[in-house]
Write a protein that binds this ligand. Structure first.
Ligand SMILES: Cc1cc2nc3c(=O)[nH]c(=O)nc-3n(C[C@H](O)[C@H](O)[C@H](O)COP(=O)(O)OP(=O)(O)OC[C@H]3O[C@@H](n4cnc5c(N)ncnc54)[C@H](O)[C@@H]3O)c2cc1C
Length: 409
């Protein structure tokens, strides 16, 4: 006995759940299989990160039912200031100069995104969330794909959508290789309260041991100002920094920021993420399509990893729903190829640009420092180039699927 769906999503993280909502909005029936307990994903200690959601992906999430969360919890990014350490020369991206003049993005705690997505997934007819559940076997045959759970239940669909993250077992079992490398870098992540308001400005300060980012968040209910911290350090230093007291970390952060937000206080224990890049050589195999971190992951320097995964979601929803409308087998290679053609270029370009930034700003020595500082100031004097950068960062370039324009196809 098999339970049949239009698609089976393996992995109920941010990308898997957004994909489920997008597919159901287009009239498809899906199962989402998640191995861990979704309630555990909502605990504050599960994921202390916040994400910069670009304007195009924010439009999609709003359309999928998260508008209230964005309005209540989101903090818009009005400007981004980039400097080489504490050098007075800087590059300033201002949303007032962007076209259209919308915010550059919205900062949201990942936990809030998880709470909102899970609530929507649970209340949406057409999505069955199967969790926590262990997969015992996956079959990808000539006419259908099947997933057998450890409980003995069997699910079937024309296609399996692999949203199982960076260490994707589906990708590995399908024999899809990746281009990948580790950076000698670990991101230390926490939340800061600060004395002075951030005025919706994000700061990216590049130091020899890695970038230090302050990202504006909504004020606390008691009125204290708040920002997310993503501080990249050499991997050998990460454990030592995490072991420091909250006060000592806050003092070190104050020094790095040159005090521009005044006194700092750590609001959450620091957590750490070793950083690497990978990109799958193919996004599909027989009756399997990879999405989000299962297909690609990058350095968080430009806050683009989740946005790339959500752009995959928008393109895949359009490809699957338009194929379903003309009665195509959703597991047909032509369907997967169309998705891959749509997404590979953008994902590679973003990964390449991000990797280039990491390497450029990682070059040691005084001369590279001077050149970078001069380069930032030079770009700052070129409004057209700044506008082009802002367009890319907001995910507004290229052939946008309807969901990224805030429409259903
Ligand atoms: C420090 C840091 C900061 C970041 N900041 C930003 C940012 O500002 N903006 C941005 O766009 N991106 C950012 N990112 C990137 C972003 O966090 C990731 O790209 C995103 O979370 C990936 O989501 P995912 O759903 O693809 O993968 P995951 O979040 O890894 O989800 C995978 C899910 O699959 C489940 N799973 C795995 N295997 C199985 C299985 N066999 N069966 C069932 N379930 C399974 C897992 O339990 C998990 O729930 C950042 C990343 C880091 C490290």
């Amino acid at each position: 006995m098999q339970d049949r769906f239009d698609a089976i999503i393996v992995g109920g993280g941010l990308v898997g759940q957004a994909l489920a909502l997008a597919l159901v909005a287009h009239g498809l029936d899906v199962a989402v299989i998640e191995r861990s307990d979704p309630e555990a994903h909502l605990a504050p200690e599960f994921d202390g990160r916040a994400s910069a959601i670009a304007s195009s992906t924010a439009r999609m999430l709003r359309k999928l039912g998260l508008a209230e969360t964005f309005d209540r919890e989101g903090c818009t990014i009005r400007a981004i200031r980039v400097t080489e350490g504490l050098s007075p020369r800087h590059l300033h991206f201002d949303s007032a100069e962007a076209e259209p003049a919308e915010p550059l993005g919205t900062m949201l705690e990942n936990r809030m995104l998880r709470v909102a997505l899970l609530a929507r997934v649970r209340e949406t007819v057409g999505i069955e969330l199967v969790a926590p559940a262990d997969i015992a076997a996956i079959g990808r045959g000539a006419d259908r794909a099947t997933v057998t759970l450890a409980s003995g239940r069997m699910l079937a669909a024309p296609v399996i959508l692999g949203c199982d993250g960076r260490h994707s077992g589906l990708r590995r079992d399908a024999g899809i290789r990746t281009a990948n490398w580790r950076y000698d870098a670990t991101a230390i992540v926490s939340m800061l309260a600060h004395e002075k308001p951030h005025e919706h400005v994000a700061s990216e300060l590049f130091f020899p041991d890695g970038p230090f980012a302050q990202l504006p968040m909504n004020d606390l209910p008691d009125g204290r100002h708040r920002s997310a911290l993503v501080w990249t350090v050499r991997s050998s230093e990460a454990e030592g920094i995490k072991a420091l007291s909250a006060r000592a970390i806050a003092r070190e952060a104050e020094k790095r920021m040159g005090g521009f937000l005044g006194r700092l206080e750590l609001l959450a224990p620091a957590s750490s993420f070793p950083l690497g890049l990978h990109h799958a050589e193919r996004y599909w195999a027989n009756r399997l399509i990879l999405v989000g971190d299962a297909a690609h992951a990058i350095h968080p320097i430009a806050g683009q990893g989740l946005n790339m995964g959500l752009r995959d979601v928008a393109a895949l929803a359009e490809v699957l729903s338009s194929s379903a409308r003309i009665g195509m087998d959703l597991g047909h290679p032509d369907v997967a190829r169309r998705y891959e053609r749509w997404r590979r270029g953008d994902n590679w370009a973003t990964a390449f640009a991000t990797d280039g930034l990491v390497r450029l700003f990682g070059l040691p020595g005084r001369l590279p420092q001077e050149v970078r500082s001069f380069g930032l100031a030079a770009v700052n004097r070129m409004p057209r180039l700044r506008q082009a950068f802002m367009r890319v960062a907001r995910g507004e370039g290229g052939d946008l699927p309807p969901l990224l324009r805030g429409e259903l196809g």
